[in-house]
Design a protein around this ligand. Structure first.
Ligand code: PBG
Length: 327
C-alpha cells in the first residue's frame, strides 16, 4: 500500500509489448512524396535549403518515381519549375508545360502503380509570384484566377493526373475545378483541397526550390489563412467539402496539429497533412550540426501528425523513411 494502484510502465517494458499496444502506426502507405521537376535541364539541380531534395530533370523524375514506387510509396505530388514565367502563369495550363509533360512521362513509365497528384496553382509560373492573376490595382483577382485554375485542372487531367490539388486558397476554387472537370467528362479525377492552408513562414525553402519571389516584398496574407485562426479553418474545410473536395488538407502540419485534430473530428472525407519545406529544413539542418538525430525526429514528428488525425502525410522524408521502415 502507498504504491500506485495502476501501473503503466508494465506495458512499456519490451519493444514487443510496446509494439503490441501502439496506438499509432506509421507505414510507407502513409506517405506522399513531393517532387520538383525543372524544365530545360538534363541534370538534377540541388536545392541548398532542402538538403537531399533536388529539382529533377524529366528523366531523373521518372527514375525517382520508379524508386519511390518500388519502396512502396503510394503517391507523389508534382511541382514544376518552368523556364519562363509571365503575368498569367501560362506554364501552369499549357498542355506542353513542364508538369503536364512530366505527368505523361511518369504515367507512361509506371501506369497506375503510383498515385499522381498535381499541385494546382499559378505561383511557380507567374512573374510576380502570386498564386493568382492581378487586377488593375495589383490585387489578386479571385474570379479571374478561378478560370485559369479550371484550365490548369483540365490540362493536368489530360496529362494523366489522378488527383489535382488546388493550393492557391482562392474562394470557390474547389467548386470551379470540380465543375470544369465534370463538364469535360472527367468525373474520375479527384480533388485534394489545400483547405486550411496558412500563410506560413515555413514555406521559405520551397520558394527557393521553385524559384518564386513575391513581387515588391509582398506576401500571401491576402489569400492564405492567418495562423491565429482555427474556427476559420473549419469554415474553409466545410466549404471545400460542400464544393466537392474528395480529400482535405491542413498545412503546415506540425504547427497546426490542433487544427488537424479538429478537422478529422468534423469531416468524413480523408484528411491529409503537409509537413512542409521549412519543417523538413529545420530537422535536416539541426541533424547536420549533430544537434538532433534527424531520422528519429522525422519519425517522431510524422507519428505526431498521424496521431493528430492525418490519414496520410505529404513529406520530403517519404523516400528516406520508406527505406527505414522497410517498405
Ligand atoms: C503553392 C504552394 C506552396 C507550397 C505548396 N504549394 C508555397 C506557397 O504557398 O507559398 C509550400 C510547400 C512547402 O513549403 O513545402 N503552389
Amino acid at each position: 500500500m502507498g504504491y500506485p494502484e495502476r501501473r503503466l510502465r508494465r506495458l512499456r517494458r519490451t519493444p514487443a509489448l510496446r509494439r503490441l499496444v501502439a496506438e499509432t502506426r506509421l507505414s510507407v502507405d502513409d506517405f506522399v512524396a513531393p517532387l520538383f521537376v525543372r524544365e530545360g535541364t538534363e541534370e538534377p539541380v540541388a536545392i541548398p535549403s532542402m538538403p537531399g531534395q533536388v529539382q529533377h530533370s524529366r528523366s531523373t523524375l521518372v527514375a525517382e518515381a520508379k524508386r519511390l514506387s518500388a519502396l512502396g510509396v503510394p503517391g507523389v505530388i508534382l511541382f514544376g519549375v518552368p523556364e519562363r514565367k509571365d503575368s498569367v502563369g501560362s506554364g501552369a495550363f499549357d498542355p506542353d508545360g513542364i508538369v503536364q509533360v512530366a505527368l505523361a512521362d511518369v504515367r507512361a513509365a509506371l501506369g497506375d502503380e503510383l498515385v499522381l497528384i498535381a499541385d494546382l496553382c499559378l505561383d511557380e509560373y507567374t512573374d510576380h509570384g502570386h498564386c493568382g492573376v492581378l487586377d488593375a490595382r495589383g490585387q489578386v483577382d479571385n474570379d479571374a484566377t478561378l478560370a485559369l485554375y479550371q484550365q490548369t485542372a483540365l490540362a493536368q487531367a489530360e496529362a494523366g493526373a489522378d488527383v489535382v490539388a488546388p493550393s492557391g486558397m482562392m474562394d470557390g476554387q474547389v467548386g470551379a475545378i470540380r465543375a470544369a472537370l465534370d463538364g469535360a467528362g472527367r468525373c474520375d479525377v479527384a480533388v485534394l483541397a489545400y483547405a486550411a492552408k496558412y500563410a506560413s513562414a515555413l514555406y521559405g525553402p520551397f520558394r527557393e526550390a521553385v524559384e518564386v519571389t513575391i513581387a515588391g516584398g509582398g506576401d500571401r496574407r491576402g489569400y492564405q489563412q492567418d495562423p491565429a485562426n482555427r474556427r476559420e479553418a473549419l469554415a474553409e474545410v466545410a466549404l471545400d467539402v460542400a464544393e466537392g473536395a474528395d480529400v482535405v488538407m491542413v498545412k503546415p502540419a506540425g504547427t497546426n496539429l490542433d487544427v488537424l485534430a479538429a478537422v478529422r473530428a468534423t469531416v468524413d472525407v480523408p484528411v491529409a497533412a503537409y509537413q512542409v519545406s521549412g519543417e523538413y529544413a529545420m530537422i535536416v539542418a539541426a541533424a547536420e550540426r549533430g544537434w538532433i538525430d534527424g531520422p528519429a525526429v522525422a519519425l517522431e514528428s510524422l507519428t505526431a501528425i498521424k496521431r493528430a488525425g492525418a490519414d496520410f502525410v505529404l513529406t520530403y522524408f517519404a523516400g528516406e523513411l520508406a527505406e527505414a521502415l522497410g517498405g
